[in-house]
Design a protein around this ligand. Structure first.
Ligand code: SF4
Length: 179
């Protein structure tokens, strides 16, 4: 029996929509399940990484925890693929880069119309917000990109299939938009 390709995934500063697009593969997931084994992932709820063939990141790098997860997954995978505009370019998460951290905290925790007696949380146990949201490749080396917000299931399937065939996927332009 051919060994399955081990895959670990993580979501960082994001909305989870890219993983939802993966799950939208529906019955094609059954075919993929014969070829890949998902280890650590929000899908399996396993959080500790072990060595895998392919690491996949959805989401941008917005805080110190995101940085740690990206570095840990990179250290544990042979090929790192990123899904979605947030991971590829920073995406919608970079809207906060227009403001200082203090402005973001003030608006979020103190000034929203529904907030009463708000307080900015402060604890050494909390991840620290970075000054700027960054795409994943500003923190670790990325081997392949699947852009889109989210990338379509078709694009994700194409990228995974190319990897299984031993090729680094380069998405054709018609797969660069959601349809
Ligand atoms: S790229 Fe779009 S769908 Fe994916 S995490 Fe970012 S906002 Fe969500």
């Amino acid at each position: 029996m051919v060994a399955k390709v081990k895959v670990a995934t993580a979501w960082l500063d994001c909305c989870a929509g890219c993983h939802m697009s993966f799950l939208d593969l529906d019955e094609a997931l059954i075919g993929l399940a014969d070829a890949i084994e998902i280890t650590a992932s929000p899908i399996t709820d396993i959080k500790e990484f072990s060595p895998v063939d392919v690491g996949i990141i959805e989401g941008a790098i917005g805080n110190t925890h995101d940085e740690e997860v990206a570095k840990e997954l990179r250290a544990n995978c042979k090929i790192l693929m990123v899904w979605g505009d947030c991971a590829c370019f920073g995406g919608i998460c970079t809207m906060r880069n227009l403001f200082s951290k203090e402005e973001v905290f003030r608006r979020y925790y103190l000034e929203t119309e529904s907030t009463k007696d708000g307080k900015v949380p402060s604890s050494e146990d909390l991840p620290q917000l970075l000054e700027q949201v960054k795409p994943v490749n500003q923190v670790v080396k990325v081997d392949c990109y699947v852009p889109g917000c989210p990338p379509s299931s078709k694009a994700i399937h194409y990228a995974l299939t190319e990897l299984l065939e031993g090729r680094i996927p380069v998405l054709p332009s018609e797969m660069m938009r959601f349809d």
